[in-house]
Structures are given as C-alpha cells and as structure tokens.
Design a binder for this molecule. Sequence first.
Ligand code: GTQ
Length: 374
Amino acid sequence: MAEVNPEVQEFMKSSIVTDYTKDIQQYNLGPLWEAIPTIMHKTPKPQAQAYLWSDELIKKKMAEAAQIFTPERGGERRAIYFQNPGLTYREPWGWGSTTQTIYAAVQMLLPGEKAPSHRHSQSALRFISEGSGAYTIVQGERIFMEEGDFLITPKNLWHGHAHLGTEPMYWMDALDIPTIYAIGGTFFEPYEDGLQQPDIPDNFSERRYRGGMVRPVGDDKFTVAPLANYKWDRTVEGIKGLMEFDPDPHHGYAVEYINPSTGKSANPTLGTRMQHLPHGFKTKALRHTHSTVYQVHKGSGHTVINGIRFDWKKGDYFVVPNWAWYEHSASEDSYLFSVNDLPIMNRFDLEQEQSFDENNGHQKITGEFKADFR
Ligand code: GTQ
C-alpha cells in the first residue's frame, strides 16, 4: 500500500470510521480499507504449512484402519489423506487439502479386497510405493500396478481397484479436490454395480506405448492422456540418461511425467516429477509460486524449508508450500516423487521463481521440524 500520512491514519482509527466498518458487516458487506493486507498480500502467503508425515505414523494408522473396515464396507476406499494443519478451518475433517490446491493421501488395499468403481470431476493420479498384484480398472481397462509405477485416472472416467496378489499394497493418491471444490465444480457418481468389469485388453495403453518416444498414429487427437501407466523402469531409464551429465543445481536429476499426445503435464491440473538425488548431493535453495507434495520413494536426507530442517526417509511425505525457500540434501541415493500445482499456476500465468543468491545458495538452518499432534 502507498504511504498514508499520519493525519489520515489517525482518522481511519477514529470511531467514525471503525463504527462504520462494523456497521456494514451486519449486511454481509466488507470493508476493503481493512481487508487489503489480508486478501491482497504482497507475495504468496499460503495457509498451507510446511509439514511432514512419517512412514511409521502412516503404517500404524493404516494397520488400525484395516482392523476396522474394508473398502467395500467403509466409504469406497481405505485412504487417509494428509490434512495440512494450516488448512483445517473446515471442521471436522478440514477439506482434504494438503496444499491449497492439492489433496494427497495414502491408500491401502489388502489381498482379495475390492474398491468399487465410481467417477468424479476431479483428476486423480497414483504413485505405487509398495507391493504388486493389484489392478485399477479405468473405463474398462485393467491396469496392473507395481512399485514405482505412476498412474493417472483422468476426470469423469469410471475407476475402481482390486487386489489379486498376496501382500498389502500401498500407494499415494493425489487429486485436485481442493481446486475443484473451491471453484464449485464437484460431481461424483458411484457405479451401480460394484467393480466395473474389463472390456478392453489388460494394460492396453501401456502396451500401445511400449516404444516410449513413438506414439501410435492417430493419438495426437486425444484430449485425455492416452497413457495410463508410466512404468518405473522407463522412468529410471530417463533419469539414467540425465546422469551422464551434470545435475541441475536446483533439482538434481529430475524428470516430469507428460501426456504423450500434447507434451503437457500427464494430468491437466497437477504436475508430477521423479527426482534422483545422489548420495551427498545438495540442491541450491529456490522458491516459486507453485506448491509441492513429496513422497520419499527411496533413500534418506533432509529438506530445509524456510530455515527449518525436515529430516526424511523412505515412505515419508512432506509439503513445500507456495513461495517457501527450499533445498534438498540426500544422505543416501534418493528418489523423490512429487506432485505440484504448476499447471494451474501456468494456466493463470502466475508462476514466478527465484533462486537464493546468498551464502552460495544455502539457507541458514534455524530449527528442526517436529510434528505437533492436536
Ligand atoms: O481411489 O478412486 O484418495 O476417488 C480420493 C478419491 C482415492 C480413488 C482418493 C478417490 C480415490
């Protein structure tokens, strides 16, 4: 705001003004003269906080959930979402917000279990953290999932899951639930008949895309991504190619999952990356408009977020909010999967980025993260 002279400041604090400010609010009217610093802050001031959920906590709570209900009996999915403590104002469950735009969760499916089909206007993705032998069936295509696979479930397609294997499966879900909620675009429909049955060959899209950088003729016309499962082996091949060269100082060896029809992000509203940080590698600090949710797929290390050190290891999840300085450091060979809202920021032409120039690109560490349970 422009400088206000002391006389004006004094006047704005007088009862003529403050009484009036109070008065209009009873008519559901708002005083911009009071609200500007809150609703139009100078740089992004996300309500989402930097936070970390540990593998132990998630496993413990999932084991408890498994004792209590199955997906078929209990609300369609056994998924527990990461409710950011800065976004809990819609009690009692918050509003499914890990950042302001991203919902992230862990889902667990036990051998023999089924999660019935449904469809909705939110776009979904999954990253498989443990196990194999389960499939998701998306619009009649059974897609078998293995550790390290990245899958998309485009909006409005029927989808359900079933587990034909022998060990529990865990995966990360991410959806644009808070974004669709905020703009009033939510539609949801259960499938009338439990789990949809297959009507096209298993793993159809992944088999059609076996060639990688060649695509079936005609597929440039797709509006939804035509590839449903991005296999781990192929992702690692992409990263190995990068490792023949110097790492990116801010990202290490990082690739993004793209829609092979358009070259844009695999999901229209959520960006997704796999990032390899070799043992001992430290990235330089960066901040940008978009927010990110990470899953530690392999390894261990820490991330400094606005001066606070977050130690992580395999199976942990953490949030880097909008416009927060962050830098990663790997103490073992590490792989971080991440989901971001960069496609949304780009669509609105809002993305800005800055690198941290002082101290050779590294923040001063002022504290360590400790989870505070409510
Ligand atoms: O597996 O279809 O975590 O529809 C949230 C919404 C998972 C799913 C979630 C969903 C799903």
